[in-house]
Design a protein around this ligand. Structure first.
Ligand code: NAG
Ligand code: NAG
Ligand code: NAG
Ligand code: NAG
Length: 318
């Protein structure tokens, strides 16, 4: 294929927007590269969407439960570098650049509303429930669990198994309804993204993550261990299909009596990855988390997490 990047006018554009990945010819998009200086930033951004990362084997990495597909990804080498360094080289959304590096990282065009996208995420996670054979039956129909989290007892119902992770993750980040976030701000995308940015800055001020803490490959590899450590905090046995070295080694999981409970820092690291990949993505995470659950005051000193109809805000699930 011709290499339109050689055209003098387009060189700067190509450098900025289309760093060739190892397995691609440089600058393959005619549109992005042969255009003159008249091309607007807007249409450049549109062409960038076509430069999103992709899987090279078509399916990803089943040995990681599709939580880290870097091994079969067009941006494999950049997975091994600090996210900050990679993002500094590309004026492109991180979920586009690293699209499909994990099953929960997929680029969606930026005109989707947070309210709608959060509702869609709730339904889609419910449908693809993470344990074989489980079905969602409604609020508080799942087994009760009590997290022992950093000295506090927190009650919840595991209505779908991903709740084990998401309930505590949201609580830990302060992203449950009732923890101070104004849910109405979700209607205003720029305000919601600005709020996310503030939260990201607070996380970094608190944990001071280094560039080495933020190598995508490693952060992705912690996701299943985070799930195992969340099970540990809930004192629930990790489902047997997850008792494999990929999950148990980095979480130190032996049994529910011999395991490491999840920490705030590890949850924060996971969220901060999304901050670094673009505030739209961390904002989406926050929208999903605040839409699905709340911290309830049951009049005792116990902390209780409620979901959906048990909460003040109702996402548009219908
Ligand atoms: C993201 O990657 C998947 C898997 O390779 C691919 O099917 C999809 O088209 C990609 N999305 C974009 C926006 O390029
Ligand atoms: C949305 O929020 C921004 C601040 O981020 C504000 O300037 C703007 O007026 C808000 N828009 C609406 C429609 O409220
Ligand atoms: C954050 O960590 C860096 C080293 O990674 C260090 O130089 C810096 O002083 C730390 N900042 C704070 C506020 O702890
Ligand atoms: C797992 O155990 C090792 C050795 O005791 C320790 O260094 C590491 O921090 C533990 N990991 C977690 C996630 O608790």
């Amino acid at each position: 294929m011709a290499t339109p990047c050689r055209l003098i006018f387009a060189v700067a554009v190509c450098r900025v927007y289309t760093q060739p990945a190892p397995d691609e010819p440089g600058c393959e998009l005619e549109e992005g590269c042969t255009a003159s200086f008249l091309q607007t930033t807007r249409s450049l951004k549109a062409s960038v969407a076509e430069k999103c990362g992709h899987l090279t084997n078509g399916i990803g990495d089943p040995t990681t439960f599709f939580n880290n597909n870097c091994k079969y990804h067009s941006r494999q080498e950049d997975c091994m570098r600090p996210i900050q360094d990679v993002m500094a080289e590309h004026e492109i959304d991180g979920y586009c650049y690293f699209n499909a590096t994990a099953m929960y990282i997929s680029y969606v065009p930026d005109d989707v509303s947070f309210v709608e996208a959060a509702a869609a995420a709730i339904l889609s996670l419910r449908a693809t429930s993470s344990s074989p054979g489980e079905t969602y039956r409604g609020e508080s129909t799942g087994p009760e669990a009590v997290y022992n989290f950093e000295g506090k007892a927190i009650y919840t119902h595991i209505d779908v198994s991903h709740y084990v992770y998401d309930d505590l993750y949201a609580y830990s980040l302060g992203f449950l309804q009732g923890q101070g976030i104004d849910v109405r701000l979700m209607d205003n995308s720029s305000a919601w993204e600005a709020l996310s940015r503030e939260k990201c800055d607070e996380i970094q001020a608190m944990y001071n993550f280094t560039r080495d803490d933020m190598i995508l490959n490693e952060v992705l590899d912690m996701n299943m261990p985070i799930l195992a450590m969340s099970y540990c905090a809930a004192n629930i046995e990790l489902p047997s299909f997850l008792q494999v070295p990929y999950v148990t080694e980095k979480s130190n999981y032996t049994s529910k009596l011999d395991c490491s409970p999840i920490t705030r820092r590890e949850f924060a690291r996971h969220h901060y990855m999304k901050c670094l990949l673009g505030y739209r993505n961390s904002a989406m995470d926050m929208a999903y988390l605040v839409s699905r659950a709340c911290l309830l005051d049951d009049g005792t000193s116990n902390l209780k997490i409620g979901h959906l109809s048990e909460c003040p805000y109702a996402p548009p699930l219908a």
